[in-house]
Design a protein around this ligand. Sequence first.
Ligand SMILES: Cc1ncc(COP(=O)(O)O)c(C=O)c1O
Length: 409
Amino acid sequence: MNAQLHGEALAALGHEPLDWRFKGLPASWSGRTAAQVSSLHPALFGDGPSGPVCVLAESALVHNLTSMAAWCAERGVELAPHGKTHMAPQLLARQFAAGACAVTAATVNQVRVFRAFGVSDVVLANEVVDLGGLAWLAAELDADPGFHAVCWADSVAGVELMTAALAGARRRVDVCVEVGMAGGRSGCRTDAEIDEVARAVAASPALRLVGIAGYEASAGQEVSPEATERVRAYLRGLRAATIRLAGLFETDAVIVSAGGSTYPDLVADELTGDWPAPLSVRTILRSGCYLTHDHGLYARTSPLQLQSALQVWAQVVSRPEPGLALVTMGRRDVSFDAGLPVPLSLPGCSVVKLDDQHAYVQLTEPDQAPVGAWLPFGISHPCTTFDKWQLILVLNDEHRVIEFVRTFF
Ligand SMILES: Cc1ncc(COP(=O)(O)O)c(C=O)c1O
């Protein structure tokens, strides 16, 4: 079943005034609400935005939502999209409407954001060892029988810490054992460790062992044949661990979870299909970047036919040298951890450097990008652009604003 969230909390976002808190908006919108302005479908540049401005293309969002839903159905996987990508309840509502079974979060704080919007199902794809976070999670589970959460464990020390912190909770916390890889991030490194942690979870009065989890991209997102074979071998290890521990799980629907946006095909290849009876498995993918895709990392590595939905528009403020344009977009506004932004309207030109508030665009022709021109830029890695914007404009194909998406980082 699709996960749920509260319609009233979402609707309340439309009543927020558009004011000085949100960069990029025309000053003339100030004081009016998001719902009032979007109902007028204003043209992006009609009221004079003061750049830069971050936008989402409605048609690309719809394409990606429907493509991913169809792909998951065909490949026999469920989708718990990673919410840390956008931290935007309105986008999550679209993902739930398209069939997502839960939201994935990386921290208890992110879970709190999604719970504030009434989200019913959460995959907390991380170890949780902070006492305050565990106390909050236990209270939230006890208060709402309709709230379902699962998190990871990768050490006996962590299991003991959780067990002590959760003493007195009425509901047990669901846990998957996280399997890691050499050179990767968290997760058990050996079969012996996986089995030991699984036995510790199963023996804990505060925890319920429900599955096996991992993140196949934790050592990188290369798509060479060698890297792909390493990822496949890692995923086969997850499958073997699930089969080995079959007798220990305390659920009829064992969770096997992996999968970002670079290798979802390999996850589906290796972690679906027949499992030995009586194992019954839910394979849950946690892709986050599929929703907006990009013009860099995921354009190069995604196996799906997706469209880039996220852009930042910025204005040329200076042309101090013939081949150089400076635009009003810097590290404060756009991702730079997985490649520099791409000037979409200037083929052959490139961004060569970012300062805090400026981008340096190297031009190929002297009459390109005059002072005052607005330029659209594609980005590489959506997660680190979203966190720079509290409000993002959704545009239709005529570049008119049809919605404002609020983020909570
Ligand atoms: C544990 C985990 N799962 C899923 C994802 C989502 O992957 P992607 O950002 O490629 O969509 C991430 C991303 O960092 C992650 O850390």
